[in-house]
Design a protein around this ligand. Structure first.
Ligand code: HEC
Ligand code: HEC
Length: 431
């Protein structure tokens, strides 16, 4: 009985797969003329990406900024991307990782590729307060940009993932993100000849291993970096790279406005956790779908009954050790590439960078007077700054220097499914 069911399923799968193969065959015929051009463009992009990621930086003196009796690492140019020894960066791996990043088959129903919520044309993130979610849900946090994530030692707003490899896996499997299952995703890869060939060439896999998919995606992400912003140019000696108002903004950043206390070093992030006062998301009170996702996350992360029923704001890092002092704290994000990633903060509560500057100027209070739901853990470093109108404009102008040009890319062609065996081979096997 069970066996019959399986073979019935297998038949159905084979029908679906051959239909898919037929469609792919038709579409690949149509585009056959330009395939080689596209292939060499993809290869060139991967090679250039690896080169740019690994290019050494001229030795930089270690500079400190002193403020209120403390010293902080000064903003600095971004160096070569760190690469873990067990996942060396090669052009072939990056090329494969790029295709996988855009492939919805790494996920539940095929609709949520990484690129669905990290849209290259719009900042490599999702342009809403909380992100698009797996169909039937919305996400509960703001989607972050992929650009420069290779430099973080901890990923996600609450720093819950330690590497891009681990992060890709949890993104593809997470219930409100990719919602994929390992065995199904691996089975899909096995039915795609181009992936079989590429995984074999890159990792030596006989059959594509799902764990290697995360390795390849992580390698691709290590080429999604930006090291030539006006700020980088300025810090490497091109004194004309910043305008007058940006220079004044930098002095505020390092001084009166105190941003350097947390947004410091090459990444403009100390990767520590703070509650800066971001108010809860109104949408959680008004949008039933957002409310459901939020409750689901509270439940899934092990909240007790009281918290599950009463919490109105994202407790952030609290979930990772259940320490009360961590409620409402999030990892300091980089300020790089933020020009292209509105809205801001873990729940997208602030619409523009000008709103962010006003928010800090008020001492971590939004324009409607609301602040964090967890006042006891709010950072004492966040207090009213008393910035003048010109000072705010200067600081805003300086924030612009953390971003260079938009990083764009061509979507790769998706390789098609093909049946593992010909009809003839199946007939032979039955004999
Ligand atoms: C359904 C939407 C969605 C999909 C699909 C998705 N992500 Fe994300 N991604 C997000 C959101 C939202 C966050 C922030 C979540 C959090 O911090 O809890 C995030 C965070 C990240 C981060 C951390 C960035 C940082 O600054 O720490 C990386 C890296 C990332 N995603 C990569 C991926 C990769 C790789 C895939 C595909 C395997 C993927 N994402 C699929 C929505 C999505
Ligand atoms: C006490 C540490 C701290 C200080 C000081 C600080 N920040 Fe932040 N910053 C953070 C943290 C933590 C977040 C994320 C908060 C959240 O989402 O709840 C953040 C978020 C941001 C964001 C949003 C980034 C994004 O991707 O959404 C911007 C922009 C920003 N800060 C700019 C500034 C500026 C400008 C200053 C100085 C006026 C400043 N910060 C001072 C810690 C700090």
């Amino acid at each position: 009985m069970i066996i019959m069911n399986i073979s019935k399923q297998a038949n159905r799968l084979a029908t679906v797969i051959s239909a898919a193969a037929l469609l792919t065959a038709i579409s690949s015929q149509a585009s056959a003329a330009s395939t080689t051009d596209v292939a060499s463009a993809e290869k060139a992009e991967a090679i250039a990406g690896v080169k740019a990621a690994l290019a050494p930086l001229k030795a930089q003196p270690a500079v400190q900024v002193s403020l209120n009796g403390q010293t902080y690492p000064a903003l600095a140019p971004l160096g070569p991307v760190p690469v873990p020894p067990d996942n060396p960066l090669t052009a072939e791996k990056v090329e494969l990782g790029k295709i996988l990043f855009f492939d919805g088959r790494l996920g539940g129903d095929g609709s949520t590729a990484c690129s669905a919520c990290h849209v290259p044309d719009i900042g490599w993130d999702w342009p809403d307060n909380v992100s698009l979610g797996y169909p039937g849900t919305i996400h509960w946090r703001n989607s972050q940009t992929i650009i420069n994530t290779a430099y973080y030692g901890k990923l996600f707003w609450a720093g819950s993932s330690k590497s891009l490899e681990a992060q890709a896996r949890s993104a593809a499997k997470g219930g409100v993100a990719g919602n994929g299952e390992d065995d199904l995703m691996e089975a899909r890869l096995a039915l795609i000849p181009e992936y079989r060939q590429r995984f074999n060439a890159v990792f030596g896999d006989d059959w594509p291993k799902i764990s290697n998919a995360w390795m390849a995606i992580a390698a691709y992400e290590r080429t999604l970096i930006q090291r030539d912003t006006p700020l980088d140019q300025f810090l490497q000696g091109d004194k004309s790279a910043l305008a007058e108002s940006q220079l004044r903004g930098k002095a505020l950043f390092d001084g009166k406005a105190g941003c350097i206390q947390c947004h410091n070093g090459p990444l403009a992030s100390d990767q520590q956790y703070y509650n800066v006062g971001v108010p809860p998301l109104k949408r959680w009170e008004e949008d039933p779908m957002a409310q459901i996702t939020f409750r689901y996350e509270l439940y899934a992360k092990g909240s007790n009954e009281k918290m599950y029923r009463n919490t109105k704001a994202d407790p952030g890092v609290y979930f990772r050790g259940k320490m009360k002092a961590m409620k409402g704290k999030f990892r300091t994000p980089s300020l790089r590439y933020t020009k292209y990633t509105p809205p801001y903060m873990h729940n997208g509560a602030l619409a523009t960078l000008a709103d962010v500057v006003d928010f800090y100027d008020r001492g971590g209070i939004a324009s409607d007077g609301r602040s964090t739901d967890f006042p006891h853990s709010k950072s004492p470093l966040i207090k009213p700054l008393g910035l003048s109108k010109t000072e705010k404009a200067d600081l805003l102008a300086f924030l612009d220097a953390f971003s260079g040009d938009k990083i764009l890319t061509e979507r790769p062609a998706m390789p098609g499914y093909a049946p593992l065996f010909t009809e003839q081979e199946l007939l032979e096997a039955r004999k």
